[in-house]
Design a protein around this ligand. Structure first.
Ligand code: CMP
Length: 156
């Protein structure tokens, strides 16, 4: 979907609510605004498939998504993300396959960015890269503790 003036204003508002907005330089903000694509998402839409390669970063402007893990022990929901959060950062940082499946649970809107722009803008800004990496590592730790709890539960 191409973006009109209203969409551009909304993107700025969405970015303003994200943790890393304060560190964006005006030129970086311009690149992000120019790079975003907007998509409406509907309940049941699978936005990210676990184990596939990752090419897109997502900002959730409205709606809710669930994060699901598959595997030998799990086929379960590990997190719910709401408006003004981002996802899909992990595999763009690490080049590893997608760590989870992300599915829309309440109709909403996402703004997406290609990996190239994500790396050029987000990962090239040290303060922002650190915040996004921290979120990724906190999420990884949370997934690991859920997996461990599940594993212990299955063993008992
Ligand atoms: P990525 O691995 O690229 O694709 C799946 C996404 O789900 C991942 O990036 C994160 O954005 C998100 N994700 C994975 N694990 C968690 C978690 N424990 N909590 C919240 N979000 C997660």
């Amino acid at each position: 979907m191409s973006l009109d003036q209203h969409d551009l204003a909304v993107i700025r508002q969405v970015l303003e609510k994200l943790s890393f907005y304060q560190f964006l330089q005006p030129s970086e903000l311009e690149k992000l605004v120019a790079g975003f694509e907007k998509s409406d998402i509907k309940k049941g839409d699978v936005l990210i498939n676990q184990d596939k390669s990752g090419e897109i970063f997502y900002i959730l402007a409205a709606g809710t998504v669930g994060v699901y893990l598959k595997g030998k022990l799990l086929g379960k929901k590990i997190a719910t993300l709401g408006a003004d959060s981002f996802f899909g950062e992990m595999s763009l940082i690490s080049d590893e396959p997608r760590s989870a499946t992300v599915m829309c649970e309440d109709d909403g809107v996402v703004y997406t960015l290609l990996k190239k722009t994500f790396r050029e803008v987000i990962l090239s800004n040290p303060a922002i890269a650190e915040m996004v990496r921290k979120t990724a590592s906190d999420r990884k730790a949370s997934t690991r503790s859920i997996e461990q709890a599940e594993w212990m539960g299955k063993k008992l």
